[in-house]
Structure formats: structure tokens, C-alpha cells
Design a protein around this ligand. Structure first.
Ligand SMILES: *Cc1c(COP(=O)(O)O)cnc(C)c1O
Length: 474
């Protein structure tokens, strides 16, 4: 591998020949990576600052060759990577960049479309409409739901909260925040709900974290009691956020009861299905998600459990007019486009003007796997998680600490927290699997999540073997 001296280049830009050679090398690296990913330790053995110390303090004065850049990618960057695309990454939420998703991502980078207006990107705008329509049908939402792609669930929930504010108090758009608007969610809701509320000026003090029941689901009776107490105190409830698959335990809030309460008090009802929502594609799991269609807005992350590279969150609302009212601006003269009833301008439905062409990778994923392919993989994950939970429960040393509704198993060694933390560290130090922890009901628990497209049953068996071996050595 001999670096090309930069003075031989006729232009600072990459030549087509140079692009072809380097891109082929990069694709070969990707294919080898996907083929051999199990041989990598899931977690890198690095200490904070290693990469910073290994790289120069200043960017190069003269351009460097692609050979050298790719060599440094392999030798410096890859050893510092936590392999989220590893089939035995079982921590946080296990995700995947599948082959078709990676190809869609590469092509979208090449086109470099800005999907802000229909005119700036007709195919990107319309493919977003089409793919989100397909996904809406797959999860069983009615056609009245309008979809828009966001980067993450955190961004999407913030948009839901702004729409909720627009519904409750349209004058806030011009007059600014109203001090007594109150939002309700569960103590097990993702932190992005509270963050979204504080970002748009609702204030953390106006976010009620409703206690949950023994299965970590929001208590509907306490939700209603909290709303009534705020009404009695002269405050203005405006939004309920329920979770379909919480981050700690994949518990599912009482979606019907929360819908009834939101409806009774005229509140915007949002359902956060960031991880769990895609399971509604599987017919026998759909009943876990009643009332999706009664939500004012719903989100799910194909970048979590639908084999799509980060980032892609699908956000749906059945009140697109309110979302539009909240976010549309009088267009600057340079953005004006002739109106046409079929020409959608996505930037009118959210904060970003510039938008990536994310729907391309989703389209590749949905076409490559088809609905049946997606169903069979999610179904396997859920079955293996339930089987693993049975094995864990059958071992006297362990207990399963939350019902296994989807593909997350929460478990622990019976007894104190400390041995459990040591067990998790010991397991992760093997490099063969990665697990993460959380606290449920005041106790530390270990989480094992299945979600990677390449995970096989023998990966799960190996995980259980390693957990038992490490527990025996404690
Ligand atoms: C992961 C997760 C989020 C946040 O997702 P991002 O896309 O990373 O913002 C929100 N809600 C739930 C329930 C999650 O599991």
C-alpha cells in the first residue's frame, strides 16, 4: 500500500478513478466486517483519551491519500469502536445496520439531496411519503396518520410536545410559553420526554412522572388523579405520553386507559414506541399495542429494531394540520415554490429546514426483507428472549425481574447488587458479549436485549453459557 503523493494530483478534488478504487476498497472492508464481525471483541479495550493522543493536534496542510486515510481508519478508529453491529451486542437496545440499509445510506450520501421542499427533492419527499405509508400499514395505523421522518425519537417527541402545546394553547406560538401547561408521563418513560418538555419551555416542574405498577407500567388511576389535582390547582394539563416498550424493562403502559383519560380531558396523546413499536408488525404481538390508532401522535424507530442504520425515527400524527400550524413559517423569498396540492414540503412540519434523504435506506430495508422477513426475525428475537428467561428462571441462583413482553430479559443474581455489578463487568470483559444494566424497583438488574439482524440462537446460548460461567467464578 503506497500512499499517493499529493503533488501528483491535478486537482484537490478526488478524481473519478481515485473514487472508484477507494470506494471499492471501502466496500470490501465493509463486506469483510459484516462477514467476520463475530471475531471482534464487542467492547474495545481503550481508555479515555487514547484516540485523541494517537491523532495529530492539527489537521493536515496538504491533502493525504485515501490509502493512508483508510489505513488509519482500520488501525486507529476500528480498535476504539464499540461494535453496535455485533450480533452479540445485547446491551442498551441492540440495533443493526443491515446490508440493504448500508447500501441505501451510501447512495443517499452520493445524491446528497436536501429534502426540505418538494421542489428541492421530489423523489426524496415522495419516497418519504411512500415508505412511511408502507410502515404505517405494517404496524396497523390507519391511513389518516401522516408520517414524517426525524433523526431520533428524542427529536420526534419534542415535536409531539410542540404540537400538543399548539392544540392546547395556540397563542403560545406568538406570545411564548404559558407557565401552567402540564405534561404527564410515567416514571419509566424515556428521559427524552422530559428533555423535550424542558427544551420547548414547559419546564421540568410541569412534567409529572406518574408512578408505575409492579410490572413497571404507568398506573392509569394515578394518571387521572394527577390531572384532576392540577385542574383543581388551576393549572392546564395538555399532554399525556405513554410508552409502548419502556427502555428499562420494555413494559407497556395501559394504552387504552391512557387514551380514555386523554380523551376525557381533551389532552394530546402521544405514544412512544421507539423500540417496541415495530413489534406491532408481528400479528401475534399486535394485541400488546391496543389504542395505537387512538393516539394523536406515535413514534417508532426503525433504527432500533428494524435493521435500518442509525438514524431514522418514524413519527406519525393524525393531526398534521396542527403540526403544520406549529411549525410552518412564511417562506423566505429564496424558498418560495409554486403551490401544488400534491407537493409536500416536509420542512413545514418540524424544526429542521435541511433534511437528509433517510427514506432511501428504509425503502431498501423494507423491500429487501419484506414484511414476512421482518416478522420472522422479530418473532425469533422474542421467542429466544422468552426461552432464555425460562432458562434463567430455572437456575436457582438467578431471578427474572420483569415480564418478558418483547426481546428484553431483565435478570439478576438473587441477593445484593454488588455481585450483580461484578457479574456484568466480568461478562463484558470476556469481549464475547455485551450486556448493560439498569435499576428496577430499587435493585440493580442486568439487561439482555435481542435486536440485531445477524443474531443467531447459538449466540444467545453462548451468552447464557458465559453468564453462568462468570457467575460460577464470582
Ligand atoms: C431509545 C428510546 C428513546 C430515544 O431514542 P433516540 O432515537 O435515541 O432518541 C426514546 N424512547 C424509548 C422508549 C427508547 O427506548
Amino acid at each position: 500500500m503506497s500512499p499517493t503523493p499529493d503533488r501528483e494530483r491535478s486537482s484537490p478534488n478526488m478524481s473519478p478513478a481515485e473514487f472508484r478504487a477507494a470506494a471499492h476498497a471501502a466496500v470490501d472492508w465493509i463486506a469483510d466486517y459484516l462477514e467476520n464481525v463475530r471475531e471482534y471483541p464487542v467492547l474495545p479495550s481503550v481508555t479515555p483519551g487514547d484516540l485523541v493522543d494517537a491523532l495529530p493536534n492539527a489537521a493536515p496542510e496538504q491533502g493525504e491519500s485515501m490509502d493512508r486515510i483508510l489505513e488509519d481508519f482500520r488501525n486507529l478508529i476500528v480498535p476504539g469502536i464499540t461494535h453496535w453491529n455485533h450480533p452479540r451486542f445485547f446491551g442498551y437496545f441492540s440495533v443493526s445496520a443491515s446490508g440493504p440499509g448500508i447500501i441505501g445510506e451510501m447512495l443517499s450520501a452520493a445524491l446528497n439531496v436536501n429534502a426540505m421542499l418538494w421542489k428541492s427533492s421530489p423523489a426524496a419527499t415522495e419516497l418519504e411519503q411512500v415508505t412511511l405509508g408502507w410502515l404505517r400499514d405494517w404496524v396497523g395505523l390507519p391511513p389518516s396518520f401522516f408520517g414524517v421522518i426525524h433523526d431520533t425519537a428524542s427529536t420526534a417527541v419534542m415535536h409531539a410536545i410542540v404540537a400538543a402545546r399548539e392544540q392546547a394553547c395556540p397563542e403560545a406560538r406568538t406570545e411564548g410559553r404559558k407557565p401552567d401547561l402540564v405534561l404527564y408521563t410515567s416514571e419509566h418513560a424515556h428521559s427524552s420526554v422530559e428533555k423535550g418538555a424542558l427544551a420547548v419551555g414547559i419546564g421540568q416542574a410541569n412534567v409529572r412522572l406518574i408512578p408505575s405498577d409492579a410490572d413497571f407500567a404507568m398506573r392509569a388511576d394515578l394518571l387521572e388523579a394527577a390531572i384532576r389535582a392540577d385542574l383543581d390547582a388551576g393549572r392546564q394539563p395538555f399532554c399525556v405520553v405513554a410508552t409502548a416498550g419502556t427502555t428499562s424493562a420494555t413494559s407497556i403502559d395501559p394504552l387504552e386507559a391512557a387514551a380514555d383519560i386523554a380523551e376525557k380531558y381533551g389532552l394530546w396523546y402521544h405514544i412512544d414506541g421507539a423500540y417496541g413499536g415495530v413489534a406491532a408488525i408481528v400479528p401475534e404481538l399486535r394485541p400488546l399495542f391496543p389504542a395505537l390508532a387512538r393516539a394523536d401522535s406515535v413514534l417508532l424507530n426503525p433504527h432500533k429494531w428494524m435493521f435500518t442504520p442509525i438514524d431514522l425515527c418514524a413519527f406519525y400524527t393524525r393531526k398534521p394540520d396542527i403540526l403544520h400550524r406549529a411549525f410552518s413559517m412564511k417562506k423566505a423569498a429564496y424558498l418560495e415554490t409554486p403551490g401544488h396540492e400534491r407537493a409536500m414540503n416536509y420542512s413545514d412540519y418540524g424544526v429542521p429546514l435541511g433534511r437528509r434523504f433517510r427514506s432511501l435506506k428504509l425503502w431498501f430495508v423494507m423491500r429487501h426483507f419484506g414484511r414476512e422477513g421482518v416478522i420472522s426475525i422479530i418473532r425469533d428475537h422474542v421467542r429466544w428472549a422468552k426461552e432464555l428467561a425460562q432458562q434463567i428462571a430455572a437456575d436457582d441462583r438467578f431471578e427474572v425481574t420483569a415480564p418478558v413482553k418483547l426481546s428484553l430479559v431483565c435478570f439478576r443474581l438473587k441477593g445484593a447488587d454488588e455481585p450483580n455489578r461484578r457479574l456484568m463487568d466480568a461478562v463484558n470483559e470476556t469481549g464475547k458479549i455485551f450486556l448493560s444494566g439498569t435499576v428496577l424497583g430499587g435493585q440493580f438488574v442486568i439487561r439482555l436485549v435481542l435486536g440485531n439482524v445477524a443474531t443467531r440462537k447459538d449466540d444467545v446460548d453462548l451468552a447464557w453459557q458465559i453468564i453462568r460461567d462468570c457467575a460460577a467464578k464470582l
